[in-house]
Design a protein around this ligand. Sequence first.
Ligand SMILES: [Zn+2]
Ligand SMILES: [Zn+2]
Length: 270
Amino acid sequence: MSLSITHLGTGSRGNATLLATDASKVLIDQGFSGKELQRRLRQLEIDPTEIDGIVISHHHGDHGGGAAIANKRWGIPLFSNFRTATALGLDLVGGVTLFEDLERLEIGADISLLPIPVPHDGADNVGFIASRGTGERAAVFTDLGSWTDEIIQHLRGCSHISIEANYDHRRLWEGPYTNSLKERISSRGGHLSNQQTGELLGKVVNEQTKSIVLTHLSEQNNRPHLAESTVLYHIDELFEGDIAISLQDGPLFSHFIGQADTEMLTSGLL
Ligand SMILES: [Zn+2]
Ligand SMILES: [Zn+2]
């Protein structure tokens, strides 16, 4: 009776996150080649034809670049908002199901997703709140330069939160990028720094938060230990769950929400 969250890989070279129940499988984003998606799913003993749908957060290539090929090759239904669909050149008649912000999507037999708008320059980006029926909720948010009250409201009380921790502030500013790129990454419509992610999590983590995954770390401007220690500094008093990091390679681990204790025992997680 659980929903699993498994990152097939996150970062500027491709993102895809698998949500799975006994009855349904959904991908959030498909930024890999068809071959690479197939290879990563095979590690979980899943064939691409088993995927019930791909929801696309925004049109940037590392999130939506492989969606059309997955639709064409395996007939996987696509879901996105209008701007993302047009920017990716998806077939608006029959090629994609369009959704609006805050319009609940039911995909497969029992996976429910709520798209929440997030600030990201030049894109109509959304984060997703996922649940199996009306049970516990998981949040998957990436590529946002800042947050809104609405984001805080939806993240609070989620059992699982996957969120980007893109860059370490000092590494970005002392690094080789041009000033204009540094400014764009750290702007309101860019990406979250480790510190910002820590501050945001400090506002939403509570006793219901069981697991956190930090995603989309910049290979140039971040390091896993910096992301984890900076975030933990902000939530240490509040958080007793499991924190992990998803890098470009994967899948490496899964998190489960809404799981009965007996199920957790059999999967060795207790
Ligand atoms: Zn991205
Ligand atoms: Zn992006």
